[in-house]
Ligand binder design. Structure first.
Ligand code: NAD
Length: 263
């Protein structure tokens, strides 16, 4: 598929927090494989560079950029870098997200602020600075990576994370509603339990390293399909939603969870 030929995609959170395929890294690679020029942005320069190198090693086009998606000036720099490098921003992919465990009693105010700042402010700031560029072209597509935590209780408390992802879902609908008449679409994806380095870190934190494999198996059994999702399931859903094949889909929050939400 070459759905992204002549398109530029700006990916925030394009690196990986550990070995293996994360949602953001896979998405950046997927867009590039489909013909896009990709600006791979991550807080960590080394993570962004790794994604750039993977894409270039496959013979596709990417440039890395280090920026903090939760900081106004930093987001402006990334947007300017994309315009300087590729002259356009056709697609925005917001993958940035962090989770910190605890209910309202255990969670510190600092943790609450940090999680909401990163997960919600990143979507606010990136769309704030990219929407005017898309509006001028009367075209654009945005995908925000949310979580099924935004709509359902999954057995472990992450109060700030759950609240932030519900916020991402609603920001998605607001942007979609306001910008539909400008030719801009905005959708979100709610991954379930995905086999990424981040998931391993969280499972290990909750259940202790010794029991990690057992708990991973227990979580797997909670998924009707009995398999964890892969970062490519998320990447390919995003590549569909942001492509012209999905030109009549906007304001949609798509669940990709192997049936977890059915149970
Ligand atoms: P990840 O942590 O491996 O990747 C996220 C990347 O974002 C990292 O490279 C990190 O350095 C970067 N990042 C963090 N804060 C940043 C900031 N302020 N500015 C710029 N970059 C920043 O995680 P992932 O597995 O790719 O998951 C990413 C998204 O998917 C998150 O939004 C997460 O909430 C969501 N999600 C993941 C799962 C799962 O099972 N892995 C499930 C549901 C939702």
């Amino acid at each position: 598929l070459q759905r992204y030929a002549r398109k530029t995609v700006l990916v925030f959170g394009a690196g990986s927090d550990g070995e293996g395929w994360s949602n953001g890294k896979a998405a950046a690679v997927q867009y590039a494989r489909e013909g896009a020029k990709v600006l791979a942005v991550d807080l960590r320069d080394d993570a962004a560079t790794e994604t750039q190198e993977i894409i270039r090693s496959e013979g596709f086009e990417a440039t890395s950029f280090a920026a903090n998606a939760a900081d106004n000036a930093s987001v402006q720099e990334a947007v300017a870098a994309c315009l300087d490098t590729y002259g356009a921003i056709d697609v925005l992919h917001n993958n940035v997200g962090i989770g910190e465990m605890g209910g309202p009693v255990e969670t510190t105010l600092e943790s609450w602020k940090r999680v909401l700042d990163v997960n919600m402010k990143s979507v606010f700031l990136t769309t704030k600075h990219v929407l005017p560029i898309m509006e001028a072209k009367r075209a654009g597509a945005i995908v925000n990576i949310s979580s099924i935590a935004g709509i359902r209780w999954s057995g472990v408390s992450y109060v700030g994370y759950y609240a932030s992802k519900a916020g991402v879902n609603q920001m998605t609908r607001v942007i979609a509603g306001q910008y539909a008449r400008h030719g801009i679409r905005c959708n979100a994806i709610m991954p379930g339990l995905i086999d990424t380095p981040q998931t391993y870190k969280h499972l290990a934190k909750h259940y202790g390293d010794g029991d990690f494999e057992r708990m991973r198996e227990a979580r797997r059994q909670q998924i009707p399909m009995k398999i964890l999702g892969s970062a490519w399931d998320i990447a390919k859903t995003a590549a569909f939603l942001n492509s012209d094949e999905a030109k009549y889909i906007t304001g949609e929050v798509v669940t990709v969870d192997g049936g977890m939400s059915c149970s």
